[in-house]
Design a binder for this molecule. Structure first.
Ligand SMILES: Nc1ncnc2c1ncn2[C@@H]1O[C@H](COP(=O)(O)OP(=O)(O)OP(=O)(O)O)[C@@H](O)[C@H]1O
Ligand SMILES: [Mg+2]
Length: 497
């Protein structure tokens, strides 16, 4: 790609960007939230036209008027925002762009077989005939990756393919990437997890504010250096702030079970405490806290939920909100964003009912509270009345986070809070979480990233197939112990190791 320029209105998103990729190479495309990564890839993928500049494949200049043109030229695209059709089966989704026909009829058998074959090769336990809507976000991401693999592309764009995957799935994706690389496929890999970049990529290029600012070989750099290229200065990673004194117990679960996703869970979180809950895909942690928040199971559970010492039976989310609970859901794209509403309204909707002045929303107050969040979280945006969808992925995540921070909760449950957020902003979010804890909020962080748990939590529960299998804190809260428990090892043995 040569001298690519692209603006949205007055916003010059890409300026004279050059980008190249060789056969059999995995190249990381890095940059802060809003730097222009997805926009550059949308141009390569035929989703957006460039204002100027050119694209060549094997020395031939191309022009892509649509995603199909780009796909026909051998470019597979795994989008940052999931792109599956919920009302179709997995196998139908796999073949959406190139349906095989037997005379005039779609060859369903063949599609199912090919899908099953690929899943087997990749060690994925999914029924090709299942409806996509029944899948968890992680599985949807896996299906998208498989779809790109199915297309026999010579270039594959992966825009944050691992945001909702856990370690074993990430390793499986990496194994696939290595195989593709051996076959000469070139891969563009976008990720904010620099550890992944170091592990899988050969080369890196960094965008900052729409300009290419650095490139080089991954073997010759460090994560620290990459972070510095991205933000333009060194990123300091604080260690955990001193523990503050804990106050009253705010949330207590006793032997909570829903009979399907989680069994016999007991835990307690106090004011000022940050409790982690971690595990691998299928550990049940999201379902557990959705139930606590009244967003799942409609009050059908056994065991007890106590808030500030009083038992409550949680039937729905209104009741949860009224009781001072807040819950940031795990999958932003499907559960947290109102696509046809503005940035401002998305960022303050939970609190709106409480911003009333004589029956009307107090707009000045709404804007003031939100403006503070925009500052604190450094949300990069145009006008606050623009649609939320005009923001980059990471900035959308910050808006969703802002919404819950404004809601002034007693218990704040954050499920995968930093998905798609860049390294600098991650640190800011961790600082904000610790600050809220210091102000007396009881916080639960659900995450599959051991690094995140270690960075922000005081202690952490580890779950495995719906059961709590251990608790780690202090020195024991390390990647090794967490992984050991999360894969079904037992606590006593882990202490001996
Ligand atoms: N459809 C659009 N309309 C208006 N502005 C847009 C649109 N798409 C992107 N932008 C703007 O372009 C800039 C770059 O966005 P882009 O999505 O390319 O960032 P990114 O590097 O992929 O960030 P992230 O890491 O958060 O995904 C942002 O300022 C964003 O607000
Ligand atoms: Mg992006």
């Amino acid at each position: 790609m040569e001298k690519i320029n692209k603006s949205f209105g007055a916003n010059n998103v890409l300026q004279d960007v050059d980008f190249k990729l060789s056969t059999g190479e995995i190249c990381a495309l890095l940059g802060e939230n809003g730097a222009g990564k997805s926009t550059l890839m949308n141009i390569l993928g035929g989703v957006l036209p460039a204002d100027s500049g050119s694209i060549s494949l094997d020395g031939q200049v191309q022009s892509f008027a649509s995603p199909v043109d780009s796909l026909d030229a051998g470019i597979g695209f795994i989008h940052q925002e999931l792109n599956l059709i919920n009302d179709l089966t997995i196998y139908e989704n796999m073949f959406l762009t190139h349906l095989p026909k037997k005379r005039v009829f779609l060859d369903a058998k063949r599609m199912q077989e090919k899908t099953r074959e690929l899943f087997q090769r990749m060690n994925i336990d999914l029924d090709p005939c299942a409806m996509v809507r029944t899948l968890d976000a992680s599985y949807k991401q896996i299906v998208e990756i498989c779809r790109a693999l199915m297309q026999d592309a010579s270039i594959i764009i992966m825009d944050e393919p691992t945001t909702s995957l856990t370690e074993p799935e990430i390793q499986r994706v990496f194994a696939m990437m290595r195989t593709l690389k051996e076959q000469g496929v070139g891969i563009i890999f976008i990720s904010h997890k620099l550890g992944e970049v170091m592990e899988i990529c050969d080369r890196f290029t960094v965008l900052r504010d729409g300009r290419m600012v650095a490139e080089g070989k991954v073997a010759e750099t460090t994560t620290k250096q990459l972070a510095a290229y991205m933000v333009g200065h060194e990123v300091l990673s604080d260690t955990n702030a001193e523990k503050c004194d804990y106050g009253e117990e705010m949330l207590r679960l006793e032997n909570l079970s829903d009979g399907v996703h989680f069994h016999d869970i007991s835990l307690s979180v106090r004011q000022g405490e940050v409790l982690g809950v971690t595990g691998l895909l299928g550990d049940g942690r999201s379902e557990l806290f959705q139930t606590v928040f009244g967003a799942m199971n409609g009050g059908k559970y056994t065991g007890r939920i106590c808030l500030a010492g009083k038992e409550v039976h949680m039937h729905n989310t209104h009741q949860a909100l009224d009781s001072g609970l807040a819950y940031l859901p795990r999958n932003r794209k499907e559960n947290a964003i109102l696509k046809d509403m503005s940035i401002l309204d998305n960022g303050s909707i939970v609190y709106l009912p409480r911003m009333k002045k004589r029956g009307f929303i107090d707009q000045a107050m709404q804007e003031r509270l939100f403006a503070k969040q925009v500052d604190d979280l450094r949300i990069k945006m145009g006008d606050r009345k623009d649609l939320i969808t005009s923001l980059s992925g990471g900035n959308q995540q910050k808006v969703v986070l802002a919404k819950w921070l404004i809601s002034d909760p007693k218990v704040l449950i954050l499920d995968n809070p930093t998905q798609g957020v860049d390294v600098g902003a991650k640190e800011e979010i961790y600082t904000i979480i610790r600050r809220l804890a210091a102000q007396g909020v009881a916080i639960v962080v659900l995450s599959s990233e051991a690094q995140e748990i270690m960075r922000v939590c005081d202690r952490s529960l580890v779950m495995f197939h719906g059961r709590q299998v251990g608790e780690v804190s202090g020195e024991d809260m390390n990647e090794h112990n967490i992984m050991y428990l999360a894969t079904g090892g037992n606590q006593k043995e882990s202490e001996r190791v």
